[in-house]
Design a protein around this ligand. Structure first.
Ligand code: ADP
Ligand code: ZN
Length: 523
């Protein structure tokens, strides 16, 4: 046991001062550190930037033996280890990117108890049969830290099968404390982590998920590049930020367009050469005012405090993903923006990806539920932060720092327009046996005699021209909201519209459809 009665006998605080140069613990770091030093298990939910690393680094330095850190972030291990070594911490890592020689040296240091921290990729453990596992059996282990612990949860948004083997750590080393950490977990994921990692005895530490300095904004996607340029020019001139796109092609195109418009931008996606990726990442971290245009491949574990904005040009697949990605903004606590443009095409695309995804029905259903929660966040007329925090099981009141608080959106009764659009889809199908995309239905409702309308004689349909009370943008909003509410669906390669089980109730006037008013011009 440690005596904490005299200040100089507080080894955790001493390490915090001497090694890391910080004055005091933050949030619940102190309680977490004490729990692990005393040999207990901990499950830590703390938002990005909250200071998770110290929660296992300090106990590893205080307890005898080597702290073993399991992390999926292979690309960052070198950086993490370098940063620790610069502080005088004896750190090393083992992963597949290493040559034989280096590996032998790390192994030797580990066995001689000459390391404070050893970072490992989960796949290295190989289910208890690998050489790494045998190595661990011969060493003296202070603790196991399981970083990005949500990766063990199949319900979560970032499941990695290699993580399942981590349940065996407890069986093999029942006396070694384990600390699992994640920045993202709904209560359901949280429970799954505790269960799969066998953390029944662990103390749970749940920090607030609120990031009050981040302003959340979600706008309809009209001309995304132009909207993005407006945002950057008017609010984030010269700032560093991240722009997330779904595809590699749109990453490339967006980065080029920004550069052509005088905004220094770099691309990042898994299709780029490893060296280009590493170079772009390190420029983003070291230089000021660069915009990283990236797929979600970018960002896990990146610690850049002054990211002033995170933009999503495409809809994220889940609220967890959205929260984690936007959480990379404003780690320094200064005002930052999380801005997303989202449109009908996003819903279409994501639903199609889910339908075409591998995996069983249960898996597709899970993906659908993740998407529905994300859509509910987009379409809400209430405070975004309240919705976001509720999703993570936290209660809150309206924040005053999100778009819906700052400019409360009006709602309107969209039942009649919904009926008009659904009737158009119905008539195309029942009278003509045809299916078309949303654009054609909107042209019909607006009474536009386009080539395609006259060619298919859609101007002879009874619904032709019955929707002139709304603009094209407003109709797109109606279609998008119906898709988001599952009152309309898209099918097949050409994303044609089709009715759903819910459509009938609207057509029979048994169901009202309240909608969010679309701003005609979007800031
Ligand atoms: P997380 O892993 O939760 O995203 P980090 O462990 O990377 O967060 O910490 C985020 C930042 O906060 C880092 O720059 C870290 O050095 C700093 N930090 C963590 N704890 C403290 C503390 N007690 N006092 C001052 N700075 C801290
Ligand atoms: Zn709000």
């Amino acid at each position: 046991g440690l005596s904490l009665s005299r200040p100089e006998a507080d080894p955790a605080l001493e390490v915090l001062h001497r090694v890391f140069g910080y004055d005091s613990f933050r949030g619940n770091q102190r309680q977490i550190v004490d729990q692990v030093i005393s040999g207990g298990d901990a499950l830590v939910l703390m938002p990005t930037g909250g200071g998770k690393s110290l929660c296992y680094q300090i106990p590893a330095l205080v307890r005898p033996g080597v702290g073993v850190v399991v992390s999926p972030l292979i690309a960052l291990m070198q950086d993490q280890v370098d940063a620790l070594r610069a502080l005088g911490v004896r750190a090393g890592f083992l992963n597949s990117s290493q040559d034989h020689e280096t590996r032998r040296e790390v192994e030797k240091a580990f066995l001689a108890d000459e390391l404070d921290l050893l970072y490992l990729a989960p796949e290295a453990l190989g289910g208890g049969t690998s050489s790494t596992w045998r190595l661990l059996e011969q060493g003296n282990i202070a603790l196991f830290a399981i970083d990005e612990a949500h990766c063990v949860a199949q319900w979560g948004h970032d499941f990695r099968p290699d993580y399942l083997a981590l349940s065996m750590l407890h069986e093999r080393w029942p006396e070694v404390p384990r600390i699992a950490l994640t920045a993202t977990a709904t209560s359901r994921t949280h429970e799954e982590i505790a269960q799969r990692l066998n953390l029944k005895q662990a103390q749970h530490f749940v920090a607030s998920f609120d990031r009050p300095n981040i302003q959340y904004r979600i706008v309809p996607k009209n001309s995304p590049i132009k909207q993005l340029l407006d945002l950057l020019r008017t609010e984030h001139n010269g700032d560093a930020g991240i722009v997330y796109c779904l595809s590699r092609a749109s990453v490339e195109k967006t980065a080029e367009t920004l550069s052509a418009n005088g905004i220094p931008a770099l691309p990042y996606h898994a299709g780029l050469d490893q060296r280009v990726r590493a170079a772009n990442q390190s420029r983003f971290l070291r230089e000021d005012g660069l915009v990283m245009v990236a797929t979600v491949a970018f960002g896990m574990g990146i610690d850049k405090p002054d990211v002033r904005f995170v933009v999503h040009l495409d809809l994220p697949k889940s609220v967890e993903g959205y929260y984690q990605e936007t959480g990379r903004a404003g780690r320094d606590g200064l005002p930052s923006t999380a801005w997303m443009a989202y449109g009908m095409q996003d819903v279409v695309q994501q639903r199609r990806m889910i339908d075409g995804s591998e995996g069983d029905l249960a898996h597709r259903r899970m993906l659908s539920m993740h998407l529905d929660a994300m859509l509910a966040l987009c379409e809400t007329v209430d405070c975004r932060r309240v919705q976001l925090l509720n999703y993570f099981g936290q209660q809150a009141g309206p924040c005053g720092n999100c778009d819906t608080c700052l400019t409360p959106p009006e709602t309107w009764d969209g039942t009649i327009p919904a009926q008009k659009l659904l009737s158009t889809v119905y008539r195309l199908q029942s009278e003509r046996n045809q299916k078309f995309g949303a654009g054609q239905s909107i042209d019909i409702l607006l009474g536009k005699k386009t080539d395609k309308v006259t060619r298919f004689r859609h101007d002879e349909l009874s619904v032709f021209g019955i929707g002139t009370e709304l603009t094209e943008t407003q109709w797109r909003g109606v279609a998008r909201q119906l898709l988001a509410k599952n009152l309309l669906q898209v099918e097949g390669e050409y994303s044609t519209l089709a009715l759903t089980e819910g459509s009938a109730a609207v057509l029979r006037r048994e169901r009202e459809v309240m909608m969010r008013r679309e701003p005609e011009k979007v800031a």
